[in-house]
Ligand binder design. Structure first.
Ligand SMILES: Nc1ncnc2c1ncn2[C@@H]1O[C@H](COP(=O)(O)OP(=O)(O)OP(=O)(O)O)[C@@H](O)[C@H]1O
Length: 236
C-alpha cells in the first residue's frame, strides 16, 4: 500500500545546526505509529519538516507517493493530513462551536467524514460546553477541542504531538480513548507522547529517533521484550 506520508533521507535543522540527519519513515493508510525517542531527538522537528513548517535541507517528503518536498504547508494539509500541535492551537476568545466551525473543510477527495454532530458525539464534554469560550476550558477540554478541530477536516492521517502532556490522569485516559476511537474509524495516526506504555498499547509500530535518524523500528511487542533498547533509547 502506498504510504500517505513518507520521509526519505529527510534532513533539516535550525540555523547552523542539523537536527534530522536522514530520516526514513512511512505511514500507510490506517496504520498507527508511535514516534518515540528521548527529549530533543527531533520528533517535533520531524513532524514540522513533514508538514513543511521547517524546510527540508536534504531528502524528500512524499504524499501518496508523489514528491511534496517543495509544497506549502497548507497544500500538504489539504491532502488529508491534520496535525494536533504541541500547545493545542485553540482560539481562546471564540466559543467551542465557533472553534469547530472555523476548522471545518471537506477532506482530500471532497468527503465530509466528520460533520459537527459526529465530532460532538465523540466528545460529549465539548457538546455540553459548546457555548463556552476556548479560554474557559480546562487543559484536557482544550485538547479535545484541538482534536475535534483536526477531525473537522476529515483527515486520513492525524498527527498528535504530546496530546496528553500536562493533563490529569483521568483526562489523559479520555484522550487515549479518543485516539483509539479515531483509529478504529480507520484514520492513520502518528503519535508522539512521553507516556511510553500508553503509546505502545495503542500502536502497530514504534519508530525510535536517536540524534536525528531512525534507530529502531518494529512492533510494540518486540520493543517491550527488549528492556535494553527501551532503557537506552526511551529511558524507561
Ligand atoms: N525553533 C527552534 N530553533 C532552534 N532550535 C530548535 C528549535 N526547535 C527545536 N530546536 C532544537 O532541535 C532539537 C530537536 O528538538 P525537537 O523539539 O524536534 O525534539 P523532540 O524529540 O520533539 O523533543 P521534545 O520531546 O523535547 O520536544 C533540540 O536540540 C532543540 O533544542
Amino acid at each position: 500500500m502506498t504510504p500517505i506520508l513518507e520521509a526519505r533521507g529527510l534532513a533539516s535543522g535550525y540555523g547552523a545546526g542539523l537536527v534530522l540527519r536522514g530520516v526514513d519513515l512511512a505511514i500507510r493508510p490506517g496504520e498507527a505509529i508511535g514516534l518515540m525517542g528521548r527529549n530533543g531527538m527531533g520528533k517535533t522537528t520531524l513532524i514540522r519538516t513533514l508538514m513543511g513548517q521547517v524546510p527540508a535541507r536534504g531528502g524528500h517528503v512524499l504524499i501518496d507517493g508523489a514528491d511534496a518536498t517543495a509544497e506549502a504547508p497548507f497544500r500538504r494539509a489539504r491532502r488529508g493530513i491534520a496535525v494536533v500541535p504541541e500547545g493545542r492551537g485553540v482560539f481562546g476568545t471564540l466559543s467551542v462551536m465557533e472553534n469547530l466551525r472555523l476548522a471545518a473543510r471537506p477532506g482530500a477527495d471532497g468527503r465530509v467524514d466528520w460533520p459537527l454532530d459526529r465530532v460532538m458525539a465523540l466528545f460529549p464534554r465539548l457538546a455540553e460546553r459548546s457555548g463556552h469560550r476556548g479560554d474557559q476550558l480546562s487543559g484536557g477540554e482544550q485538547q479535545m477541542l484541538s482534536i475535534g478541530r483536526a477531525l473537522m477536516t476529515s483527515p486520513r492521517l492525524l498527527v498528535l504531538d504530546e496530546a496528553t502532556e500536562g493533563l490529569a490522569p483521568l483526562m489523559r485516559d479520555a484522550i487515549w480513548d479518543t485516539i483509539r476511537a479515531v483509529r478504529q474509524a480507520g484514520i492513520a495516526t502518528l503519535v508522539v507522547d512521553r507516556t511510553v506504555a500508553a503509546v505502545l498499547s495503542l500502536v502497530d509500530r514504534a519508530d525510535i529517533l536517536v540524534k536525528g535518524s531512525l534507530a529502531w523500528s518494529g512492533p510494540p511487542e518486540r520493543l517491550q521484550a527488549d528492556p535494553e533498547t527501551m532503557h537506552r533509547h526511551l529511558g524507561v
